[in-house]
Design a protein around this ligand. Structure first.
Ligand code: ATP
Ligand code: NCN
Length: 205
């Protein structure tokens, strides 16, 4: 196994939660716990991104974001990793292709909040992503209903599984996806950053 890469055995079901985690928050923890349970995952990897290809401004340094994420977690089944930086990939299609090559036999599931499903059709080679791995979508305040009618959701509608089949998602041959309704948490990294800069602004006055 390559140095710095998380360990995984063939047959394991691993959820991939990609994100800027700038910073990580309770919302991430909550959807991770729900995804683990509902999709019967052995592990969830938090792929701390070197930078979202669709976001104009770069995030805080990667090491800082990883350290904050690790402090927040209390579950050995959730691994915080900078594997995208190690692979040299930023685009999700490239990351998934590289991980599938590196970890033959591992069953990866891409995880995302419903806000991301709303703009999934803007991601690079999004149809390839849907053809490579099953996708688990977790409801997020404000986008639970819009996500059902999102462009990608419409195009992929015949591969959508009912929620009561979520436990089989990792075993499914892609395309396959599920939208999970859960008690939603409104935490967001941008709100945390805005609150911090408001505090810093106040302190300067
Ligand atoms: N409160 C939440 N409920 C559901 N999904 C969430 C929540 N917060 C984050 N996510 C999902 O977690 C993944 C990583 O999120 P990210 O690191 O971008 O945090 P964020 O809070 O969405 O950041 P920002 O506010 O800067 O956009 C994304 O798929 C996002 O949809
Ligand atoms: O590959 C793409 O085109 C693409 C476009 C937007 C977002 N993503 C990925 O989606 C994940 C969530 O991104 P973010 O910045 O909203 O946390 C993260 O892993 C990004 O790399 C990927």
């Amino acid at each position: 196994m390559t140095r710095g890469f998380p360990l995984a055995r063939p047959g394991m079901r691993i959820g991939l939660l990609g994100g800027s985690f700038d910073p990580a928050h309770e919302g991430h923890v909550h959807i991770t716990e729900t995804a683990r349970r509902r999709f019967c995952l052995d592990r969830v990897w938090w792929l701390v991104s070197p930078g979202n290809p669709l976001k104009a401004h770069g995030p805080a340094p990667l090491a800082e974001r990883m350290a904050t994420a690790r402090r927040l977690l209390d579950d050995p089944a959730v691994i915080v990793t900078d594997v995208e930086m190690r692979l040299g990939t930023r685009l999700t299609a490239d990351t998934i292709a590289a991980l599938t090559r590196h970890y033959p036999g591992v069953r990866f599931v891409w995880l995302m909040g419903s806000d991301n499903l709303c703009q999934f059709h803007l991601w690079d080679r999004w149809r390839e992503i849907a053809a490579m791995v099953p996708i688990g979508v977790l409801a997020r305040p404000g986008t639970r209903i819009p996500a059902r009618n999102a462009v990608a959701a419409q195009i992929l509608r015949r591969w959508r599984l009912p929620q009561d089949q979520a436990g089989s998602l990792a075993r499914r041959r892609p395309p396959a996806w599920v939208l999970i309704n859960l008690p939603m948490k409104s935490h967001s990294s941008s709100a945390i950053r805005a609150a911090r800069s408001g505090v810093a602004e106040g302190a300067r006055r």
